[in-house]
Design a protein around this ligand. Structure first.
Ligand code: GLU
Length: 294
């Protein structure tokens, strides 16, 4: 009898604000390996919802970089910039249910508020129960109390979203859908069962769970992998000028990322090339190697 595989749909969801670097490779590779090791599908979603910060050139570069790395995705690439109608429908539903409300506050109104874990200002709820608001942005009415989930790597995570960020933004004052709403709508619409991504997004997850609950959507399994730090202990990012991955270095970059992910490949496997290296890694991949990491 053939063992039945559980349904597995994973995804990589880069924002095309710049090319992939060694940090984004770790997130891409971990989610690709987890999907392939489970015999699952791996989708690619370009998160270009924040149009002013994204560029088509960066998106193009990311597709070419993934191809050079041998991280092939299933099906068509999904572009967030083409899915505004879907996000708008979700917002309208939340507003009709009373779970989202319009907010007229400006950045200046909020500048004395403490910073939340995502770097935005905590929202004190000024417009929560006002009827006379001309909305600039839309916010989720966040319930009091902790939101908890079990992360495959970080264990039980519980965050009091109301105390941390308060009612966070679903639709931005500049007219674009916010990441927290778009990501939830897309993960559900694409049938994503397993989200494997960088631990920098760990505190976003309880917010996304609140949106899932309000929309009656299923909650995927989550695994947040360690982020790569530079010599100064900062997360590699475009802001810290992490160099772009070069297609010619694909093999050594993959070997390095595997070592970071606690699957150091033997030199003869690396020497035999990209396909063999990836096949070796798929066979051995286990998230447990990372949870044993100190
Ligand atoms: N687009 C987000 C980023 O590049 C990742 C979103 C996600 O994996 O949920 O940081």
């Amino acid at each position: 009898m053939v063992a039945e595989h559980r349904l597995y749909v994973g995804r990589f969801a880069p924002s095309p604000t710049g090319p992939l670097h060694k940090g984004s490779l770790v997130a891409a590779l971990a989610s690709w390996l987890d999907a392939r090791a489970a015999g699952g599908r791996w989708l690619l979603r370009i998160e270009d919802v924040d149009e002013p910060r994204c560029s088509p050139e960066a998106a193009d570069t990311i597709l070419r970089q993934l191809d050079a790395l041998g991280l092939h995705w299933d099906g068509e690439v999904v572009w967030q910039s083409r899915r505004t109608a879907l996000y708008r429908a979700a917002l309208e539903r939340l507003a009709a249910q009373g779970d989202a409300y319009g907010c007229a506050c400006t950045r200046r109104d909020l500048e004395s508020q403490p910073l939340a874990s995502d770097g935005a200002r905590r929202y004190p709820g000024t417009c929560r129960d006002r009827a006379d608001v001309r909305p600039r942005a839309w916010r989720l009415r966040v319930p009091v109390g902790e939101v908890a989930f079990d992360d495959a790597l970080c264990g039980r995570v519980a965050i009091d979203v109301a105390a941390d960020s308060g009612d966070f933004v679903l639709w931005r004052a500049d007219g674009y859908c916010a990441y927290q709403l778009a990501v939830v709508v897309d993960d559900a619409d694409q049938g994503v069962t397993d989200v494997v991504r960088g631990a920098d997004l760990l505190t976003s997850t309880p917010r996304q769970i609140l949106v899932q609950r309000a929309l009656g959507l299923p909650q995927p399994r989550y695994a947040h992998v360690p982020v790569v730090l530079d010599a100064q202990g900062e997360k590699l990012s475009k802001q810290t000028r992490a160099p772009a991955l070069e297609p010619a270095d694909a093999l050594t970059d993959l070997a390095e990322a595997l070592t970071f992910l606690r699957h150091p490949p033997p030199t003869d496997v690396v020497a035999s090339g990209r396909e063999d290296l990836l096949a070796w890694a798929v066979q051995r991949w286990t998230l447990a190697a990372l949870s044993r990491a100190t």
